[in-house]
Design a binder for this molecule. Structure first.
Ligand SMILES: Nc1ncnc2c1ncn2[C@@H]1O[C@H](COP(=O)(O)OP(=O)(O)O)[C@@H](O)[C@H]1O
Ligand SMILES: [Mg+2]
Length: 353
């Protein structure tokens, strides 16, 4: 029997792609170690995700491929904690800075290509709608350029600090909320450079005692520039949702948003189109004043789910100003129902499997 080398095994493993991604599992950085001892080949994998289905699929694929390629060997596929080395050789670890937040099962970013599309409105209403299904939900405003979630949530007190010197999130409408806005001077972020923003957000995320959460929703700063890219690269995200409006320019920006997450190997669970149409009180019909289907079309082209259309509604703006989001203040309104649908689609997506 000719001797099997690590390189041979790595070359084989490059044939397996990471589920839902273009990358193979080797370049994705999940091969921690390969040892070949007598007839036993042991592959140690380290996963960036808690999704059992993905882990199982990869483990099975590795096992099957190696068994087929080396029928005379004993194949072992094991899982390890995320520290990456391959036979003493360091492999770049895309998750080195993305250590999980204690107690938080999954982290979802809400992003947009540009400001003013309703990212904070979607983050807030989505977080509350998710909580209304019984999940334990946290909401973090990391939009340092224009934090607004505390206003939409009607929160005017500052968070308290625990005995362990952690910030305690403010509980309201069934969710736990925290904002970078509590921490920073209004003028500061404009002169902050990218690395400072990233470090501040990372630090902030960890300085909060979130308790046990099924999901933490993070409202990201708008845009797809360097700041946003570094931020998503260094934050332990399990997925993202991109918010757009129907206008062509916004949709182009949404695609850019998708590409940003692709670069940092974070799955996008879908596109939400906000301010899609106006429902006329008199005739009851829907007017697609900015054109129809832009968000859905982009989702189709990118091969990701379309999570829904949110109508333009005075109730949404009023609720935001009144400090009680529309899903709380006016839960029967078409916009609130649309937010509940988006939440439902997310719950049935792979994010929750
Ligand atoms: N579906 C909607 N109908 C009516 N007004 C909306 C809707 N979505 C957002 N708005 C309003 O548009 C403005 C911008 O929304 P916001 O969520 O702050 O956007 P972003 O966070 O992307 O900058 C706010 O005044 C908000 O109340
Ligand atoms: Mg905002």
């Amino acid at each position: 029997m000719t001797e099997i080398t690590q390189e041979q095994v790595i070359a084989l493993l490059r044939q397996i792609s990471y589920p839902g991604q273009k990358h193979d599992i080797v370049s994705y950085g999940i091969i921690k170690d390969i040892t070949i001892q007598n007839t036993r080949i042991t592959v140690t994998l380290t996963f960036p995700t808690q999704e059992r289905e993905i882990k199982t699929r990869i483990k099975q694929a590795v096992e099957q491929l190696l068994k087929r390629s080396f029928p005379e060997n004993k194949i072992m596929v094991v899982e390890s904690i995320p520290i990456l080395t391959t036979g003493g050789q360091k492999v770049p670890d895309p998750w080195a800075d993305r250590a999980r937040i204690p107690g938080v099962a999954r982290v979802l970013a809400v992003a947009s290509g540009k400001g003013g599309v309703g990212k904070s409105t979607v983050s807030t209403n989505l977080a509350i709608a998710l909580a209304q299904t019984g999940l334990r939900v946290g909401l973090m405003d990391s939009d340092i350029y224009g934090p607004s979630i505390h206003i939409m949530m009607g929160v005017d007190q500052k968070p308290r600090v625990s005995a362990e010197e952690k910030l305690l999130p403010i509980e309201k409408y069934g969710i736990r909320m925290m904002s970078m806005g509590f921490l920073i001077d209004k003028e500061a972020p404009l002169i902050w450079r990218g690395p400072i923003v990233t470090r501040a957000v990372q630090q902030f995320l960890r300085d909060v005692d979130w308790g046990e959460l099924d999901i933490l929703v993070i409202d990201l700063p708008p845009g797809t520039g360097d700041v946003q890219l570094t931020l998503v690269q260094k934050t332990p995200l399990d997925g993202a949702v991109v918010v757009t409006t129907p206008q062509e320019v916004a949709v182009v920006d949404a695609r850019r948003g998708y590409r940003m997450f692709e670069k940092v190997q974070t799955p996008v669970y879908g596109i939400v189109e906000n301010m899609s149409y106006f429902e006329c009180d008199q005739c009851g019909s829907k007017h697609y004043i900015f054109g129809r289907g832009g968000g859905a079309e982009a989702a189709r082209a990118l091969g990701i789910p379309f999570l829904g259309e949110i109508p333009i509604e005075a109730a949404v703006t009023e609720a935001g100003d009144a400090g009680a989001p529309v899903v709380i203040r006016n839960p029967e309104s078409p916009a609130a129902v649309a937010f509940q649908q988006v939440a439902n689609r997310l719950i049935h997506s792979r994010l929750f499997q």
